[in-house]
Design a protein around this ligand. Structure first.
Ligand code: SAH
Length: 582
C-alpha cells in the first residue's frame, strides 16, 4: 500500500541489551511507534526514540495480554494511519522462533503493508550460552533441536506462560522420535509441561539420567540455572520453583555448564541499577557496570538539545508544554538556574554574519560543537566561514569532535579545564573582544570571568527531564539501586518518580568534578523539592558528599565513593555487593 507506514518485525534478543542487533537498534532509534512484548527488557526500550509512541501489548490497562489477532490488526492500523512512519514490532528473541512473527507478517502482506524482518538472537541458543552450555560440542552433540513445550488450545491467545501445572495432554510432539534424537533438546515454553514431557521421553527410551538444566530469565540480571536429570525434572521444578521465562536444555552438553558458567560469577550479576546521568555521559559508567554483570537502566535527569536555526529561541519557550511548566516552576524558585538562562539563545543568520567580528572561536563541550555546526549548516553556511579563524577547545574530547567537522584546534589547555582554557586564551597577545565562546545555557561563568571582553553565544540548552515514560517508571521501581552524581540528579529523580511539589529551595551543589572529563561536565543546577518519601529503590550510590546528603534527605540509604571519580564509584558498588553478599 503506497504511502502507508512500514512495519519492522524486530527481534530484541533474550534480554541483555548488548544482544540486540545493530540494525534493530538503528530502527528503534528512529521508530515512530514501538509495539513491544512483555519479555523485552527495559534497557532495550531505552534505545527507542524518546518521541516514539510506546505500545505495550504484553499488558493492557486491564492487565490482560492483547490477543494475537488484535496485535495483527494494530500493526496494520498504525501503518495505514501513519503514512511514511517507521513502526517497530519488537519481540523477544527472534521474531520467527516461536514468536508468531510469521503470522504478523502474513497479516501485513494481506493488507498490502510493506514490512521487513530483523532477526534477533534467539533465547534457545543464547540463554544456554550465558549459562556456559554450548548447544553443540564435538564428541557430545552434533545437532540440537528447538522444541515448543506448549501448544495452545486457543490460537488467538499469545505466548502462553502457563501458571498452574498443565497436564501436557495437548502436546502433539512426536516423543518417539525426540527420544531417539542423539542431539541436544531445547524446550521453550516447556516448564509447566516438563513433568509430562520428561515422563514421555523416558517411556520412549530416553535415559533417565540424561543431564538437564532449567535456565530462568537468561541473560538478564536475574538469570538462574537449575540442574537436574530427566528423572528428577518435575520434582526439581517444584522444589526450586522454576518460573517462566525459562528454557529447558537436555543432553550431555549440560554438564559443561558446571565448568563454563561465566555470567553468574560476575560481581554485579543479578543487579539492576539506574544511572541518572545525562545520556551522553552515562555510556561510560553504563559500559563498566554492564561489563561487571549489572543491567543498567539509563535514566538521564537532564537532556540537552541543540537550538533550532535560524530562529532565535527564548530558552523556555521552545519546549513542549509539560517540560516548560516544570522549567518555569523550577526557575521561579531557583535563582541559580533562572539567572543563567539568557533572554536570547540560539543564533540567527545575522549572527553568523557577525562571525567576521571574531578571530578565535572557543568550544567547551561536544554538545556546543554539534549544535554550532547544526545551526551553521541549517543557516546555509559551511565551514568556509571559519577560514582564517583560530579554534580553541577545552580538551581532547571536544577537540576530537571538532575534527569530525574537519576542524583542527589551535589551542587546547594542558589541564583540559575551563579555567585552563581561559588562562591560555587570556595570555594570547590578541584583542580579547574578538574571542567568541560557544556554550550551553547553563555553562558557568569561568571563561567569561577570565575573558571579560569576550562574547558568548548560547548554542544549546540543557533542561531537566520532566517525566518518565511508564515503562521506565516500572523498570526503575524494580531496580536494586540508583546511581547519583549530583544533587540536581537526586532532586529531579525524586520529582519525576514521585510527582512532588516544588517548595523548599535548595542550594546548587553540582558535585562531579572528576567524574568525567572536565570539559564534559554538565551545567547542572539544582531543583528544589520537598522530601521524597517511599522512593523505590531505596539504595543510592553517590558521588560526592553533597549528593549523598541530598539522597539521604530523600530517604535513601547511601553508599558514597571515596573519591569523586567514576572508577572510585564503580569500585565502591562492586565492594558493596561482593562483601555484603559473600
Ligand atoms: N522468539 C523467542 C521465543 C518466544 S517463546 C526467542 O527466539 O527466544 C517464549 C519462550 O522463550 C519462553 O517461554 C522461554 O521458554 C523462552 N525465553 C525467552 N526469553 C528467555 C530468557 N531470557 N530466558 C529463558 N527463557 C527465555
Amino acid at each position: 500500500m503506497s504511502g502507508a507506514g512500514k512495519v519492522y518485525l524486530i527481534g530484541a534478543g533474550p534480554g541483555d541489551p548488548g544482544l540486540l542487533t545493530l540494525r534493530g537498534k538503528e530502527l528503534l532509534e528512529r521508530a515512530d511507534v514501538v509495539v513491544y512484548d512483555r519479555l523485552v527488557s527495559p534497557a532495550i526500550l531505552g534505545f527507542c526514540n524518546p518521541k516514539a509512541k510506546m505500545v505495550d501489548v504484553g499488558k493492557m490497562p486491564t492487565h490482560h495480554k492483547v490477543k494475537q489477532s488484535e496485535i495483527n490488526k494494530l500493526l496494520v492500523q498504525f501503518a495505514i494511519e501513519m503514512p511514511g512512519a517507521t513502526i517497530a514490532r519488537l519481540k523477544g528473541g527472534d521474531p520467527f522462533v516461536f514468536g508468531r512473527g510469521g503470522e504478523e507478517a502474513l497479516e501485513l502482506v494481506a493488507a498490502g503493508i510493506e514490512f521487513e524482518v530483523v532477526p534477533g538472537i534467539t533465547s534457545a541458543i543464547s540463554v544456554p550460552a550465558y549459562a556456559g552450555i554450548p548447544v553443540s560440542h564435538r564428541g557430545i552433540a552434533t545437532s540440537f533441536h528447538i522444541i515448543t513445550g506448549h501448544e495452545k488450545a486457543d490460537e488467538s491467545v499469545r505466548h502462553p506462560e502457563p501458571k498452574a501445572k498443565d497436564s501436557g495432554q495437548n502436546l502433539s510432539l512426536d516423543f518417539e522420535t525426540l527420544a531417539k534424537c542423539p542431539g541436544t533438546l531445547i524446550f521453550l515454553m516447556g516448564i509447566a509441561n516438563m513433568d509430562f514431557i520428561a515422563r514421555r521421553l523416558m517411556e520412549c527410551g530416553k535415559d533417565p539420567k540424561t543431564p538437564l538444566a532449567f535456565i530462568e530469565k537468561g541473560t538478564t540480571p536475574y538469570q538462574r540455572t537449575v540442574m537436574a536429570t530427566l528423572e528428577t525434572a518435575g520434582e526439581t521444578i517444584a522444589r526450586e520453583n522454576v518460573t517462566a521465562p525459562a528454557i529447558t536444555i537436555m543432553g550431555g552438553v549440560v554438564e559443561l555448564g558446571n565448568t563454563l558458567a561465566w555470567k553468574k560469577n560476575l560481581p554485579l550479576s543479578g543487579k539492576r541499577l539506574v544511572v541518572t546521568r545525562a545520556a551522553k555521559q552515562a555510556s561510560g559508567i553504563t559500559a563498566r557496570l554492564t561489563a561487571l554483570g549489572a543491567e543498567v537502566i539509563e535514566t538521564p535527569m537532564i537532556e540537552t538539545r541543540a537550538l533550532d536555526c535560524p530562529n532565535v529561541i527564548p530558552a523556555t519557550s521552545s519546549v513542549i508544554p509539560a517540560i516548560s511548566s516544570v522549567i518555569l516552576a523550577i526557575s521561579s524558585v531557583i535563582p541559580a538556574i533562572s539567572s543563567v538562562i539568557p533572554a536570547k539563545a540560539g543564533i540567527s543568520s545575522a549572527d553568523f554574519n557577525a562571525l567576521t567580528n571574531f578571530d578565535i572561536l572557543a568550544f567547551t563541550s561536544t554538545n556546543g560543537v554539534e549544535s554550532f555546526f547544526k545551526q551553521l549548516f541549517a543557516a546555509g553556511y559551511d565551514v568556509r566561514v571559519l577560514a582564517g579563524k583560530k579554534i580553541a577547545s577545552v580538551g581532547k574530547i571536544t577537540e576530537k569532535k571538532l575534527l569530525e567537522f574537519g576542524i583542527r584546534c589551535d589551542y587546547v589547555p594542558e589541564d583540559h579545564t575551563g579555567e585552563g582554557l581561559g588562562k591560555l586564551l587570556g595570555s594570547l597577545p590578541v584583542d580579547h573582544s574578538r574571542i567568541l565562546l560557544l556554550q550551553g545555557n547553563l555553562a558557568d561563568d569561568t571563561l567569561l570571568k577570565l575573558l571579560p571582553q569576550a562574547t558568548r553565544w548560547v548554542v544549546y540548552e540543557t533542561l531537566p527531564v520532566a517525566e518518565l515514560p511508564e515503562w521506565k517508571r516500572e523498570a526503575v521501581a524494580s531496580a536494586d539501586a540508583v546511581v547519583f552524581a549530583s544533587t540536581s540528579a537526586v532532586e529531579n529523580f525524586c520529582a519525576v518518580t514521585q510527582n512532588l511539589h516544588f517548595e523548599e529551595p535548595l542550594q546548587s551543589h553540582p558535585e562531579e568534578p572528576l567524574l568525567r572529563h572536565p570539559e564534559e561536565r554538565s551545567d547542572e543546577g539544582s531543583s528544589p523539592k520537598e522530601l521524597c518519601h517511599a522512593s523505590e529503590p531505596s539504595l543510592a550510590f553517590c558521588i560526592g558528599r553533597m549528593t549523598e546528603s541530598a539522597a539521604r534527605k530523600h530517604g535513601f540509604d547511601t553508599v558514597t565513593s571515596d573519591e569523586t571519580t567514576m572508577d572510585s564509584l564503580v569500585k565502591k558498588i562492586v565492594d558493596f555487593y561482593t562483601t555484603r553478599e559473600s
